[in-house]
Design a protein around this ligand. Structure first.
Ligand code: SIN
Length: 490
């Protein structure tokens, strides 16, 4: 019989190491605040290298036992974890909304989304096949088997505090790896709650360890993992500069890396598109989590003949979005995560206006709601010399660029070091085939704004990183291939 936890019970303030809740070795703590109000929710452990090493020690002790469990037994534990997450949907959604700010309906959606990866990898655990290689020489049998890479360090962002860590822990555990993890300093509580439920589901002590750290101490604790040869893999979702730092600093011990990094997603609307469908797709893709999503369109290119019509349709829909705290059942956009995020959005919009953009709706903070709110915004007449054309705004701002032909659109879309998601709308089948091949990205939405699914490979190209999460490919990053050559069989 498993326990049922209220929201209050789910809020943990300590690290989880070797099956125990423990404070940081230094005894230090830092506050986690509600972005809607600025109020402190609780103070969590502010960990440093000693805590990171203690987590690694526990993961190293637990590894041989977990590696040697039967895949079907790992699958059973993951299924129990999945059931517990679903059982706690309401409390987890409230916790996500509390520390991250997204509307409650989106918080619920995130619980289901994150849980879907746990269910998916529970099934995949039992399908880790190797190969028997067709015989090359008499008396020799050659086989390739797959083994867990070892200890995985999972470092996760604040925008999806549950889904991003679930989709790293679930494949790691399914593969037989043990895990040390650190969630973002803005949102550690959901991750700690998830770990509590994993323990309740039967994940053995030491197999899953989580520490929290403030912005000041995050680098020090992660560095302890980067320098430690026992940690064999880093999986990270976050910014490209941090991804590059992790790649550089882990080179000393040549770790396997999965990096899901920044995007600067283009969204192209061709003149033959179904404009209503394109607006709906753009709304879904852009305003998910208030635009604080790596796959959110950052640059919208509209072909000249339909530009004004599309801009009008979009501005009307965007102006109607209700901005409110997560606790308001009608909220569609919540607060941004913190003051720095709002400052960046504000500076991008100001820069665009200074360079000639027209505000069709929004374009301002909403101080009547609180410090971290920004109005959903549509900007017409965007041009490539604006900051928002080359930097991810990570907020509810849609800049509309104008283009004349396919070559111009694809060149502009690809003219970025990033390559995570792209989207385009067209009803011409030949054009669809051409454009889909030309776009440089890991994910392409064709007449569709919602791409993410546990069954699909998620990940980028170019400076958006490497590795894939979800799908049948999602386990590969947690496995290594061992070749066995058996001789003298005749
Ligand atoms: C992200 O923003 O990094 C992830 C979005 C998703 O999984 O759809």
């Amino acid at each position: 019989m498993t326990k049922s936890y209220s929201l209050r019970d789910l809020i943990r303030a300590d690290n989880f190491i070797d099956g125990q809740w423990v404070p940081a070795a230094s005894g230090k703590r830092f506050p986690v605040t509600d972005p809607a109000t600025g109020k402190v929710i609780t103070e969590v452990a502010d960990s440093g290298p000693d805590d990171a090493r203690a987590a690694t020690d526990a993961a190293a002790r637990a590894f041989p036992g977990w590696r040697d469990t039967l895949p079907k037994d790992r699958a059973t534990v993951l299924r129990r974890w999945y059931a517990l997450i679903l059982e706690h949907t309401d409390s987890l959604a409230r916790l996500i909304s509390l520390e991250q700010g997204k509307p409650l309906a989106e918080g619920r959606g995130e619980v289901m989304y994150g849980a879907s990866y746990v269910a998916w990898f529970a099934d995949e655990a039992t399908r880790i096949y190797g190969d028997v290689i067709p015989q090359q020489q008499r008396g020799k049998r050659m086989t390739a088997i797959k083994e867990p890479v070892g200890i995985v360090a999972a470092i996760t962002p604040w925008n999806f505090p549950l889904a991003m860590i679930a989709r790293k822990i679930a494949p790691a555990l399914a593969a037989g790896c043990t895990v040390v993890g650190k969630p973002a300093e803005d949102t550690p509580l959901t991750a700690l709650a998830l770990v509590l439920l994993a323990h309740e589901a039967g994940v053995p002590a030491g197999v899953l360890n989580l520490i929290s750290a403030s912005r000041d101490n995050a680098v020090g604790s992660v560095k302890a993992w980067l320098d430690d040869g026992r940690v064999r893999k880093i999986t990270f979702t976050g910014s490209t500069p941090v991804g590059k730092y992790l790649a550089q600093e882990s080179a000393g011990t040549l770790k396997k890396l999965s990096l899901e990094l920044g995007g600067n997603a283009p969204f192209i609307v061709f003149e033959d598109a179904d404009l209503e469908a394109a607006v709906t797709g753009l709304m879904a893709a852009k305003f998910r989590n208030g635009g604080q999503t790596c796959v959110s369109p950052n640059r919208v290119y509209v072909q000249a003949p339909v530009y004004e019509k599309f801009a009008d349709l979009l501005a009307t829909r965007v102006a109607a979005l209700k901005v409110a705290p997560a606790t308001d059942p009608n909220a569609l956009i919540g607060p941004m995560i913190n003051a720095r995020a709002v400052e960046k959005i504000e500076s991008h919009v100001k820069d665009a206006i200074d360079h000639g953009a027209r505000v069709l709706t929004g374009g301002k903070r909403l101080p009547e709601l609180g410090k971290n709110y920004y109005a959903p915004t549509v900007l017409a007449d965007a041009t490539p010399n604006m900051r928002l054309s080359c930097e991810e705004t990570f907020g509810p701002v849609v800049p509309l660029f104008r283009f004349d032909d396919e070559a111009q659109a694809t060149h502009a879309a690809n003219d970025t070091p990033f390559g995570l998601a792209t989207y385009f709308y067209s009803q011409d089948l030949r054009r669809i085939e051409r454009i889909a091949r030309l776009l440089e990205a890991g994910l392409v939405g064709i007449n569709e704004g919602v791409l993410s699914s546990e069954a699909a490979p998620f990940g980028g190209v170019k400076e958006s990183g490497y590795g894939r999460e979800g799908s049948k490919y999602g386990l590969d990053d947690y496995l290594s291939i061992k070749y066995l050559c058996q001789g003298n069989l005749e």
